[in-house]
Design a protein around this ligand. Structure first.
Ligand code: C2E
Ligand code: MG
Ligand code: MG
Length: 755
């Protein structure tokens, strides 16, 4: 998983998390509104019931008051004839204290008036309060009634009055009126079921004026007019006002100082009076309200828990994934990308169709650095290279470490000159790094580059790009002069051949396309053919010959040389067996053996099995190994040689002198034959002085070999002069074009094998 994928997944998770939170919120909101509806309904019905009860109480009180008046008016027939009795009746009723005053008026508007302990006084409708007079006049017309609330001049009290007609023989003869204090209602309103509750029931007019407020109503409660009370404004206040004017009941929610109130106004049906019941939501239905608060807190808590869970999970996943990505995408030593991650980056550039260049940077002799300066120093060097490359990159470019000292770089640059300059700067910068204070070691790098615009493959892939760079790097390593090498046409041809070789090798082996050629080894003393070297040729089905130089290095890289070399041993045995069978004296054959095969655990056994299969004695086979082998595991090499000797094989060291081998190496190895590389003879064509020096070396080698009883073969004998020189120096055998080129086994048999 790349960082990009992780980020995408994290984004996905965030969306899921947000959706989850929204779901929780929605559920919370739904629960809250359901509870709210429940609460509202419970409130409304409770307040309606409560208000109806008060209304009934008030109505009952008013009915009782009026009933008393009606009873009094029954005495009207008596009062008509006996004004004294009327006065006494009024005084007696007034003294009972149910009314603030009592009065009787006859049809002419004249009458008596009694209040409290005072005796009855004569009065007339003109003298009393206009409202009460109007009420009394209505009663004289036969209509009972209740007055609006009024405040007698100078009293400051709120009063109201009743008036009923006094009827004698079906004829209205007068009107009985009585004044009441509204405080009588306050007493009723004070009898709230739960006195500890916040809220109140009061009597108001249809314009909102508070007519009767219970004593329990807090001082800071309702204003003189409910609409002047804070919280009674706004839309809901307006709804209440309209309902009052229309004479309808109304249930509204009000809010003041973050406290929710519910108000229920019910018309009394008298004089525009209303009962207004105001309660806090909490008061009315404590259970539901608590549930509502609880659900609100529960939602918040659930939300927080979900958020905490998501956040925790998110962080844990991110950390874990980041660790995995770090491990799977980065080189643990330097912190640079690793190859798979780098390939992803290159792929993205490739898919975007952007031109780019790939470079492979390597340290010369890194193995040597590792051994001389130690692993820790070599690691520090690698980290230093990483820093230098990093500093030299531009936005969009990247690099990785692949393998020990190999760095791949992706440049978004295609100009050769610019690339060369940038890479050279990096190399110079690394070159300035001192490996050790005490040792003056010049760090050298080499680099292969492939520019995408120069080699547009029909189907470009990252892998192909890296292979191109690999070829350029390989060439750069071989060239001492040019440390930066660009992938070019010649390398392209080489690469094509390698591709062909790798894709065809197995089939070619089973189809017998690998053919054994033989090149004679001639005794310099007698001029007779003493043996031959088996050299492989790949003759394709189309008849094209491919030489070992073109495919052996590839097989050494991919390991196929193990199979090919055993195949060649088998071909050599087959040939010897054929010669034996044909009654010819067989010649010993030399077969080249690669390093990979030589160190295979069951190498000796596999060789023995081949010998056994063809009935060929081991001394007929000489195994040629390269001098490079002697540079590494000398002890292991000698052990293997000893085991081969035990079976009967001869072992020859090939290409001696082409590499780093010394006379010491020669002395230390248990070999039977030494093959001198053709460079010795080539050097004989140099200047006189050089030739002389080389001749001395050659002479020394041959002398030493003789001393060690190692037979000698000179490779690359091309001229009679070469032969003469070798004879003079005492070399045993010669091999080269002077005698014969490698030729097919059949031709060799005809030419050199006598029956
Ligand atoms: P080598 O074992 O040193 O073989 C000698 C090479 O020198 C042969 O090249 C041969 O054709 C060439 N040669 C012989 N005489 C002369 C001469 O007078 N002048 C010049 N210029 N060249 C001469 P070839 O056959 O191309 O083989 C090249 C190398 O490929 C061999 O070098 C050997 O290392 C490797 N090789 C060949 N066959 C096999 C094989 O079956 N297995 C393995 N592992 N390597 C093989
Ligand atoms: Mg050889
Ligand atoms: Mg050789």
């Amino acid at each position: 998983m790349s960082e990009r994928v992780l980020k995408r997944q994290m984004r996905g998770m965030t969306v899921v998390a947000v959706l989850l939170c929204l779901a929780v919120l929605l559920a919370g909101w739904w629960a809250a509104s359901a509870l709210r509806n429940m609460l509202q309904q419970a409130l409304q019905s409770q307040m309606e019931t409560e208000t109806a009860r008060y209304r009934l109480d008030i109505e009952r009180r008013m009915e009782v008051d009026q009933q008393t008046l009606r009873t009094l008016s029954g005495f009207a027939a008596l009062w008509e004839t006996d004004p004294q009795a009327l006065q006494h009746g009024l005084e007696a009723a007034a003294q009972q204290g149910d009314y603030t005053w009592l009065g009787y008026f006859d049809t002419s508007g004249e009458g008596f008036y009694a209040a409290g302990e005072q005796g009855a006084q004569p009065t007339s409708l003109q003298e009393i309060d206009g409202q009460v007079a109007a009420l009394a006049r209505n009663a004289l017309q036969g209509q009972s009634g209740v007055s609006r609330i009024y405040t007698p001049e100078g009293s400051g009290y709120n009063r109201f009055a009743y008036a009923v007609p006094a009827v004698v023989d079906g004829k209205v003869v007068g009107a009985v009126a009585a004044g009441c204090s509204v405080e009588a209602f306050a007493g009723i309103l004070d009898t709230l079921p739960d006195s500890g509750r916040q809220g109140a029931i009061c009597l108001i007019s249809d314009s909102g004026k508070v007519l009767v407020r219970p004593q329990s109503l807090a001082a800071g409660g309702l204003a003189g007019n409910v609409f002047e009370t804070p919280g009674f404004g706004g839309e809901n206040g307006e709804a209440l006002r309209s309902a009052l004017l229309a004479g309808e009941s109304c249930f509204v929610q009000l809010k003041d100082n973050n406290v929710e109130y519910w108000a229920f106004a019910a018309p009394m049906g008298v004089n525009g009076w209303y009962l207004l019941n105001v309660q806090t939501a909490q008061n009315v239905s404590n259970g539901i309200y608590s549930l509502m608060s609880f659900s609100r807190w529960l939602t918040v808590a659930a939300l927080l828990a979900v958020l905490a869970l998501i956040w925790g999970g998110y962080r844990a996943i991110y950390k874990r994934s980041a660790e995995i990505i770090q491990r799977s995408c980065y080189d643990p030593l330097t912190g640079a990308y690793n190859l798979p991650r780098f390939e992803d980056e290159v792929r993205a550039v490739l898919q975007a169709g952007r031109p780019y260049s790939l470079a492979a940077l390597n340290v010369r002799q890194f193995k040597f650095i590792n051994e001389i300066f130690g692993r820790a120093q070599a690691d520090t060097l690698l980290c230093r290279i990483k820093q230098v490359i990093e500093a030299g990159l531009r936005p969009g470019e990247c690099f990785c470490r692949s393998g020990q000292d190999l760095f791949y770089i992706l440049f978004l640059e295609t100009g050769r000159a610019a690339l060369k300059e940038r890479i050279q700067n990096m190399m110079d910068e690394v070159g300035r790094y001192a490996m050790s204070k005490n040792r003056d070691y010049q760090l050298l790098l080499y680099c292969g580059v492939a520019v995408s615009t120069e080699f547009l493959d029909s189907e470009p892939t990252v892998q192909k790009g890296l292979t191109h760079v690999g070829f350029a790097l390989h060439t750069a390593r071989q060239s001492i002069k040019h440390s930066i090498w660009f992938y070019d046409t010649r390398l392209h041809e080489d690469e094509k051949l390698v591709n062909y070789v790798e894709s065809r090798m197995r089939q070619a082996l089973s189809d017998g396309e690998f053919t054994m050629y033989l090149q004679p080894k001639v005794s310099l003393a007698t001029g007779k053919v003493a043996g031959a070297e088996a050299l492989v040729r790949w003759i394709t089905a189309e008849g094209k010959t491919i030489y070992p130089g073109q495919f052996i290095p590839v097989f050494e890289d991919n390991g196929f040389c193990v199979e090919l070399d055993l195949y060649m041993v088998e071909e050599a045995c087959k040939q010897i067996a054929a010669w034996q069978k044909a009654g010819k004296t067989p010649l010993p054959l030399s077969v080249n053996q690669s390093k990979l095969l030589f160190f295979e655990a069951d190498y000796v056994e596999r060789l023995q099995a081949i010998l056994a299969r063809y009935g060929v004695p081991a001394h007929m086979i000489t195994l040629e190994i390269l001098e490079g082998l002697a540079m590494e595991n000398r002890e292991e090499l000698n052990e293997k040689i000893d085991r081969l000797h035990a079976v009967g094989f001869s072992v020859s060291m090939d290409d001696f002198g082409s590499g780093y081998s010394s006379l010491n190496t020669l002395a230390a190895l248990h070999i039977d034959e030494l093959k001198l590389d053709r460079v010795f003879l080539l050097q004989q064509s140099g200047t006189g002085e050089e030739r002389g020096r080389q001749k001395v070396i050659l002479k020394e080698i041959l002398h030493m070999a003789r001393e060690l009883s190692i037979s000698t073969v000179a490779e690359g004998v091309e001229t009679a002069a070469d032969e003469a020189l070798l004879k003079e120096l005492g070399c045993g055998l010669g091999q080269g074009y002077y005698y014969s080129r490698p030729i097919p086994a059949g031709e060799f048999t005809e030419k050199y094998l006598r029956g």
